[in-house]
Design a protein around this ligand. Structure first.
Ligand SMILES: Nc1ncnc2c1ncn2[C@@H]1O[C@H](COP(=O)(O)OP(=O)(O)O)[C@@H](O)[C@H]1O
Ligand SMILES: [Mg+2]
Length: 254
């Protein structure tokens, strides 16, 4: 096996992020195995979203390194990291209200192709993007709403659209920040089923508060508290961990 496909897909070494005197992340040593779903859990403010910002190049780390397939990506621009196969969804929806679902995915496909808008007028390319977009919308169960403006989609479907946008890059590493936040039971179930499907052939890092979602999807769980790793292991082990129970109860989680 070559080094590029034997080790972890993602590894951080002593990764830190500080805002002034406040250390939001780190030091964090994380190893995410190829093909796994790896959950990041922890009380609000633990540094989960900030960690995603570091992993995707949205924010530069204050220290430490990030390795993707064994290669240093620390400090690379978000576009570079995206091209290397890392895509994310956001904790809060970030869609254009007026653009339709299919237009959102087309745009994501175009920005990922490297062709950009230069070929916008090529009918053949447009058709290709449209077909692929409709296919992705179908995968996330949104095909019937392809031509609806994003602003008119109910919340659960907006989140599904964001997943389709992330999938447009065909990422090897998919980072999902609270994909079920604010969802009712039915949307949560649909989302779990969806993530279970789209994980095939890729690696997923999932920030999630809903422990039944974590339990049904995650191969491994890392618990963060105040920017540091409190516990790491298989779900069944981590959920029994006294320090984890303490951290959650202490933070007011029931
Ligand atoms: N840009 C920023 N400037 C200052 N503090 C920040 C910034 N971003 C996040 N923080 C702080 O870092 C900590 C971790 O935040 P965050 O990563 O959003 O936590 P989580 O996603 O685990 O809830 C919080 O205390 C938050 O207030
Ligand atoms: Mg967060």
């Amino acid at each position: 096996m070559t080094p590029s496909n034997s080790g972890p897909v993602l590894e951080t070494r002593h990764l830190t992020k500080s805002f002034g005197d406040f250390r939001a992340v780190g030091p964090v040593d994380l190893r995410v195995g190829r093909g796994t779903v790896h959950a990041l859990v922890g009380p609000n403010g633990a540094g989960k979203t900030t960690l995603f910002h570091l992993l995707t190049g949205f924010q530069p780390p204050s220290g430490g390194t990030i390795l993707l397939d064994g290669h240093q990506v620390t400090g690379l621009a978000p576009e570079r990291i995206a091209r290397l196969g890392v895509a994310r969804s956001f904790q809060v929806t970030s869609l254009f209200e007026q653009s339709t679902a299919v237009e959102h995915v087309e745009l994501a496909l175009m920005s990922g192709s490297g062709l950009g808008r230069r070929f916008w007028r090529s009918d053949r390319l447009l058709t290709r993007y449209r077909d692929r977009s409709l296919d992705l919308l179908d995968q996330v169960g949104l095909a019937p709403w392809a031509d609806d403006p994003a602003g008119q989609l109910p919340y659960g479907r907006r989140r599904a659209l964001e997943l389709a946008i992330a999938l447009a890059l065909d990422p090897k590493l998919l980072l999902l920040d609270e994909p079920t936040a604010g969802m009712g039971v039915e949307d949560v179930e649909r989302t779990v089923e969806l993530i279970g499907r789209v994980r095939a052939g890729r690696t997923v890092v999932l920030v999630e508060h809903n422990m039944s979602v974590v339990g049904s999807l995650a191969d491994r769980v890392t618990v963060l508290q105040r920017g540091r790793v409190l516990a790491e292991g298989p779900y069944d082990q981590v959920r029994e961990d006294e320090r984890v129970i303490e951290a959650y109860l202490g933070a007011g989680h029931g």
